[in-house]
Design a protein around this ligand. Structure first.
Ligand SMILES: NC(=O)c1ccc[n+]([C@@H]2O[C@H](COP(=O)([O-])OP(=O)(O)OC[C@H]3O[C@@H](n4cnc5c(N)ncnc54)[C@H](OP(=O)(O)O)[C@@H]3O)[C@@H](O)[C@H]2O)c1
Length: 268
């Protein structure tokens, strides 16, 4: 299935899931041109990777607009044929009572977790309509219930999940596939960046990024529009979806409140 794509555009390839997506594609489809957008460059762990890094802060609207324009022009010039795969992966959360650590960080989260995926998808859609393409949106199991102590994060992921599923319906029959991936706790830098103990994902039986990436590509190959990664997460999501929203919010708050917070000086 990966061989059908001539180019991969991924956000957040400098770490965690994004890094693992790049490594997976680089190993299985070494001819694929890879374009990464993040602030830090990805490590080149796979030899002969055809990778271009665009330094971009997706919380900065002007930068995002400029990079989207450059990206489309570059794809048309340098990879003029073949399907393109877009993976909207960049994202972060914060832990604490709103608006801790500060309101600006929450507003940046809206830009990175929601606005940037919309912007990139809109920029690439005309190209997808001509050449074919697919979008993978990295949402979260946090999308299935309100997440007190990570209130803004869970809400951004609920937005991304619902937007992704709706877009998929709008594009049904067009040949453009849209897949929402919902990982649960995964062993990446996510927890530390959110101000939680780095080993939090391990402690609650998290998956590895490689497991989430393999699940994502299997679901894309099967033509699915939504996949929850890992059987434990599937069970939790099924339960949360059946509960009244207010009760799901109460239970999730109790679980998340137990996460150990890092000393404030360690937080970004
Ligand atoms: N780990 C989990 O438990 C988990 C669970 C469910 C969903 N997710 C989702 O999975 C996705 C990937 O996260 P991860 O777990 O791999 O965490 P991670 O290791 O912290 O990676 C986050 C990535 O997002 C990028 N990013 C953050 N802010 C950015 C900005 N302003 N501009 C551009 N890129 C930015 C980072 O790149 P730079 O710092 O180089 O900019 C980094 O590559 C996120 O959307 C996250 O919400 C994670």
């Amino acid at each position: 299935m990966l061989q059908t794509f001539s180019a991969l555009v991924v956000t957040g390839g400098s770490s965690g899931l994004g890094k693992s997506f790049i490594e997976h594609v680089g190993k299985l489809h070494p001819n694929c041109r890879i374009f990464n957008l993040s602030r830090r460059p990805p490590e080149r762990t796979v030899p002969d990777l055809i990778l271009r890094h665009w330094p971009c802060d997706l919380a900065d609207r002007a930068q995002t607009t400029r990079v989207c324009e450059e990206l489309v022009a570059t794809l048309n010039r340098e990879v003029p044929t073949g399907r393109v795969l877009l993976i909207n992966n960049s994202g972060f959360g914060t832990y604490g009572s709103f608006p801790e650590p500060n309101l600006a960080r929450h507003l940046e989260m809206l830009d990175v977790n929601m606005r940037a995926p919309l912007h990139l998808t809109a920029a690439l859609l005309p190209l997808f309509r001509v050449r074919g393409g697919a979008v993978i949106n990295i949402a979260s199991t946090a999308a299935f219930q309100p997440t007190a102590h990570m209130a803004t994060y869970g809400a951004t992921k609920a937005f991304l999940l619902h937007w992704s599923l709706a877009l998929s319906e709008e594009l049904r029959g067009s040949g453009i596939q849209v897949l929402a991936v919902c990982p649960g706790p995964t062993t990446t830098e996510f927890f530390r960046a959110a101000g939680l103990a780095g080993a939090a994902a391990d402690a609650i039986g998290g998956q590895t990024p490689e497991e989430v990436v393999a699940t994502s590509f299997r679901a894309l190959a099967a033509g699915r529009t939504l996949v929850v990664s890992g059987w434990k997460n599937k069970v939790l999501v099924a339960l949360a979806s059946k509960l009244p929203k207010a009760l799901a919010a109460r239970l999730a708050a109790r679980v998340i409140a137990r996460f150990r917070r890092l000393p404030r000086t360690s937080q970004p």
